[in-house]
Design a protein around this ligand. Structure first.
Ligand code: F6P
Length: 460
């Protein structure tokens, strides 16, 4: 196993997940652009990916899968509760997403966060080669960069935050704010999804730590950190290829036929998370149908809600609210065999997902706050014929790049309702003009470009 890794990736979850086949378990590579983007870079050199295997208890032995060396870190049942569900997902997650649910500050969750970060840092420090590179990912592991720096001052350390970095007045609430900032300051380069995130970080460091300087050179403890925006993206070619494959085209036609060939398909695809604005989108659709400005003959809404963090109360509550909307809208407007809402509470295969994107006339992406939102970029990548309308929340990181989408404020239900109506009636020529512009943007900065740019800056 690769103890002398030139490059080490550290993230809460490994890039693989365990699946049960017959009576034994096997590993499968998880879907998503991050793994795809890093694979070509990792395969060129001795590498290790340090992460949690996704279930509590002892960690399995390190193993190789598709050219990546996975080094599982164990989390006990208590750590899953306190580090993952508690501090990561009940303190940091809501705080970093504009406090759309109240963040909970519990001292009994902080220490598990410190201990688990140390375990990840020690593992990375153990496997990285002399003068190697460690790239830490996301909000679960913000203390790890400084811990790694202390153990291995010879290595380059990068950090990328996949979610938003909050403004001063919110971040300042957190009792452990200085510890978190100093943890991040152990990095040589810190990547954020937007420039605003990088700005928030620099201002907070100046206010709550002894760091001084600018975004390009923030000095702390005799070390210089660069904080910048690296907007993450998707594997555009893969989506294009899938979208044009015969089986996806066939599946797309089946969907269109089943849903009613003459009806416009409105699509939502999200993890079932309260930041995504799924409830608000149902509300706008319900009001549109009630107003008579759209009817069951003209449109249908398909919502894919991928189960997520199901042991956390706020997620269970959201599920109940969403399912109540589905029931209400279908109860009020359905005809036999023809519901206005199709609700799928599960994950879909990449082929099914791309077939749905291809079939969708209108894509609704309405988060209250989102680091980037890759669903928006996936939809654009899939629309090789330049058809379709993207309705996008101005509070998603992707709105900074996809400026030709129909941008909405998800808190404004009337605005959302009228934008949905505009989207349903948009002429093909305007769809095409907007989609072309958005496709240029995602093609210029795909996920490979994102990873390469970050690595270049990290090795500079
Ligand atoms: O968007 C942040 C993120 O942590 C992603 O990296 C991840 O894919 C997603 O949320 C799901 O998170 P979890 O690991 O909690 O299932």
């Amino acid at each position: 196993m690769s103890k002398n890794s030139k490059i080490v990736i550290v993230s809460n979850r490994l890039p693989v997940h365990r699946v049960k086949r017959n009576r034994s378990y096997a590993w499968e590579t998880s879907p998503g652009g991050l793994v795809a983007a890093l694979k070509p870079i990792l395969r060129q050199q001795p590498n290790t990916w340090v992460g949690w295997a996704g279930y509590p208890g002892a960690a399995p032995k390190p193993f190789e899968q598709e050219g990546i060396f996975n080094w599982p870190v164990p989390l006990s049942k208590d750590e899953v509760e306190n580090f993952y569900e508690g501090f990561s997902n009940r303190t940091l997650w809501p705080l970093y997403h504009d406090a759309v649910r109240p963040p909970e500050y519990r001292r009994r969750w902080w220490w598990p966060y410190v201990h688990v970060n140390r375990r990840f840092a020690e593992t990375a420090a153990e496997v990285v080669a002399r003068n190697g590179t460690v790239w830490v990912h996301d909000y679960h592991l913000q203390l790890a960069p400084a811990m790694i720096r202390q153990l291995r001052p010879d290595v380059r350390i990068g950090f990328f935050l996949h979610i938003p970095f909050p403004p001063q007045e919110l971040f300042a609430q957190m009792p452990w704010r200085r510890r978190v900032l100093e943890g991040l300051l152990g990095s040589d380069v810190i990547g954020f999804q937007t420039r605003l995130g990088a700005q928030n970080f620099v201002r907070l460091c100046r206010r709550f730590t002894d760091a001084h300087g600018t975004r390009d050179a923030l000095e702390f403890n005799g070390q210089v950190t660069k904080a910048a925006a690296y907007p993450i993206s998707v594997d555009v070619r893969r989506f294009e290829e899938l979208a044009e494959s015969p089986q996806v085209i066939r599946r797309c036609e089946e969907f269109r036929e089943k849903l009613g060939a003459s009806r416009k398909i409105i699509l939502g695809v999200d993890r079932l998370d309260y930041t995504k604005g799924i409830d608000i989108r149902f509300r706008a659709y319900q009001e549109l149908l009630r107003s008579g400005k759209a009817s069951l003959d003209q449109c249908v809404l398909v919502q894919v809600a991928i189960p997520s963090r199901e042991r956390v109360d706020a997620y269970r509550e959201l599920k109940a609210v969403v399912e109540q909307y589905v029931g209400e809208i279908n109860g009020e407007f359905a005809e036999l065999g023809r519901p206005p809402v199709h609700y799928l509470h599960r994950s879909l295969s990449a082929e099914e997902l791309v077939a749905l994107y291809r079939a969708a006339d209108v894509m609704l992406v309405t988060p209250f706050r989102d680091g980037m939102n890759l669903v928006a970029k996936e939809y654009v990548a899939t629309k090789t014929d330049n058809s379709g309308v993207l309705v996008l929340s101005e509070f998603a990181g992707s709105a900074k790049e996809l400026t030709s989408a129909l941008l909405v404020n998800p808190h404004d239900i009337d605005g959302l309702e009228s934008t949905l109506q505009t989207a349903l009636n948009m002429p093909r020529s305007e769809q095409s003009r907007r989609m072309r512009a958005m496709r240029r943007v995602v093609k210029r900065n795909d996920v490979f470009n994102w990873a390469n740019t970050f690595f270049e800056d990290l090795s500079a």
